[in-house]
Design a protein around this ligand. Structure first.
Ligand SMILES: Nc1ncnc2c1ncn2[C@@H]1O[C@H](COP(=O)(O)OP(=O)(O)OP(=O)(O)O)[C@@H](O)[C@H]1O
Length: 206
């Protein structure tokens, strides 16, 4: 399954941000997108995942050969792309278990489907906090929950926006190790920056 972005122009009312972006993420690839503040990383991520705004004015986004440029975020998720958004955006008034089970699962096409148990195996800390409200979790725990919630949709492509934002290095190491353990190659960013955006091609096959 390959993500292909071709000649993408997108932006907001009065602000054109993306000017002809080309990007390909092939199967089993991990791609890191780096850039200074305001370059448009989040805009690109949101556009790929169908979140509005921004609005696409030209270009195409295809995934697994299908044109997803105009699809809704829900449809794009059903196609296999899941986002871990900037700022985590967990449901604060729901518990950890409720956050993980609130999402709609697609049929896994790339391996064993994710379950509560496998997410808890992946992030044991979430198992310990499973009855806690998300708003009471630490930043790192919320990031684990946001990743777990995305995994529960059984994605074939995981798009992570600033997954390291505000996290202590020790927590970041746990998250990076977990991602690497899942088969994403070369997940550690070559840049020393801890605020970069990662796009991880996710492979759930063991
Ligand atoms: N909702 C919005 N409405 C109008 N302009 C926006 C909106 N969101 C972002 N922008 C503008 O789009 C440009 C790109 O922002 P974006 O958040 O994509 O950058 P970024 O590379 O992710 O930055 P950072 O590294 O600081 O998170 C910025 O100039 C920003 O002001």
């Amino acid at each position: 399954m390959t993500l292909d972005v071709t000649g993408l122009h997108a932006g907001y009312a009065g602000a054109r941000v993306l000017h002809g972006v080309d990007l390909t993420v092939a199967g089993d690839e991990t791609v890191a997108l780096l850039g200074r503040n305001g370059m448009g990383k989040t805009t690109l991520v949101r556009t790929i995942c169908g979140l509005r705004p921004p609005v696409v004015t030209a270009g195409t986004i295809s995934y697994d050969g299908a044109d997803i440029t105009k699809r809704s975020s829900f449809q794009i998720n059903r196609a296999g792309i899941a986002i871990v958004p900037q700022g985590r955006r967990v449901f604060g008034s729901l518990t950890v278990v409720e956050n993980l089970t609130a999402v709609r699962k697609r049929t896994s096409t790339t391996g064993e489907p994710w379950t509560l148990e496998s997410v808890f195996d992946f992030f044991p800390r979430l198992a310990e906090r499973q009855r806690s409200y998300a708003k009471s979790l630490s930043g790192g725990e919320q990031q684990m929950l946001a990743i777990g919630r995305a995994l529960m949709t059984n994605p074939s492509l995981l798009v992570m926006d600033e997954p390291s934002e505000g996290l202590a290095p020790s927590v970041l190491d746990v998250i990076q190790d977990r991602i690497a353990a899942c088969g994403a190659r070369a997940c550690r960013c070559s840049s020393p920056s801890r605020t970069s955006t990662w796009h991880s091609r996710w492979r759930t096959a063991s």
